[in-house]
Design a protein around this ligand. Structure first.
Ligand code: ADP
Ligand code: MG
Length: 353
């Protein structure tokens, strides 16, 4: 029997194909109250030139994951296990100095708040040109020209003049652009954007996201887009990872996950977000309750206490056995495909009618 070759049948890439490959990452903080399991067995891949969206409520471990990728945790209070491979190189083994080099040349981060990333005491131009000089050995003049070029690229009008401004002379949107210029000045191959537009109004937000897409085209960077806004990932990302209580609960292409969510938590997120509901008059339903403590996480599924469907699963499995997240398109949930079909269909039904 011959089989037709469809694109869907192409096997998933092997680990080494991915530019960034994270395996069974665990990040724990020692605190006065005990050990916080901020990230608890996380795996994902990201290819060059692609964007991975990471979504989840506040406290789900999105920022901690990405600060770990960047090597920005204090080793004295943080216990990190698992593997983070960037372009084949194990990041978790690197020394501070090596990480610093990597953070300039290969990876960079854009934060939610440009004010925390920019120093009030130095001109915008200096803050963009310094890392460039450090990593390339360029002259002062070359680095200044490069800063002006970058400001132009991120859409700052009259960059030749604005390059000598201080951050307080820029508007919020312009500061965000300047920070993007600072992050991209050394052509990083991996860009981590942590809620990059949350503090901005909707128009500026759309402009910044467009800008990131354009720059990605130009530089071919891989992007991790961390957000609690599914509307942002719908626009920006290729793949989507949904995180809850330090774990990945669902993974797939953006289209797969948003059109046919397979985890009750993802369904809850979708029903609680205005940006994706088709009808503006449709009531939004927040997910009841709040995430579990990461000091003493419950056995079983971390979402079980807030899930409306645990009764459908026999033997109290949801509260006793941690559901596994398979590779590729997957959800970590004990419900069967039929149960999900029925459960989610029924709950979505009244909204359609
Ligand atoms: P998110 O970015 O998804 O909102 P975070 O990754 O910032 O969430 O945080 C995940 C969890 O780790 C939270 O419970 C947070 O309080 C905890 N956490 C983050 N950093 C530290 C730290 N340095 N020490 C102790 N706990 C921390
Ligand atoms: Mg965060």
């Amino acid at each position: 029997m011959t089989t037709l070759t469809k694109t869907e049948d192409v096997p998933a890439p092997t680990e080494s194909d991915a530019f960034l490959s994270v395996r069974d990452l665990r990040v724990q903080f020692s605190t006065e109250d005990g050990i916080v399991k901020a990230v608890d067995g996380l795996s994902f891949d990201l290819k060059r030139g692609q964007t991975l969206g990471i979504v989840g409520e506040s406290g789900s471990g999105k920022s901690v994951t990405n600060l770990t990728v960047l090597g920005l945790h204090n080793p004295r209070t943080t216990n990190i296990t698992g593997s983070i491979r960037l372009d084949g190189q194990e990041v978790t083994d690197l020394k501070d100095k090596e990480l610093e080099t990597l953070r300039g040349n290969k990876m960079a981060m854009i934060f939610q708040d440009a004010l925390t990333a920019l120093s009030p005491y130095y001109t915008i131009g200096r803050q963009i040109s310094e890392p460039f000089r450090k990593h390339t050995g360029a002259s002062k003049k070359e680095a200044r020209d490069r800063a002006i070029e970058m400001l132009g690229k991120v859409g700052i009008p009259d960059p030749k003049r604005r390059v000598d401004d201080y951050p307080h002379q820029f508007s919020g949107g312009m500061r965000q652009r300047a920070m993007i210029a600072m992050s991209l000045v050394c052509n990083p191959e991996l860009l981590i954007a942590d809620e990059p537009t949350t503090a901005l109004d909707v128009t500026v937000q759309a402009q910044i996201l467009d800008l990131l897409k354009d720059l990605q085209q130009e530089f071919g960077s891989a992007i991790i887009m961390i957000t609690h806004d599914l509307g942002v990932v719908a626009n920006m990302a290729d793949d989507l990872l949904v995180m809850y209580a330090g774990r990945a609960v669902e993974r797939g292409t953006v289209r797969e996950v948003l059109q046919k969510p397979s985890h009750p938590y993802t369904v809850g997120l979708l029903r609680s977000m205005p940006s994706l509901t088709s009808d503006v008059n449709e009531p939004l339903t927040p997910i009841p309750g709040s995430p579990p403590s990461l000091l003493n996480p419950p056995p079983g599924c971390a979402f079980s206490a807030r899930c409306s469907y645990t009764d459908l699963v026999a033997g109290g499995l949801c509260t006793s056995e941690r559901p596994h997240l398979a590779d590729g398109r997957a959800a970590a949930c004990h419900l069967t495909a039929e149960q999900k079909q029925q459960a989610f269909f029924e709950t979505i039904q009244p909204r359609l009618g």
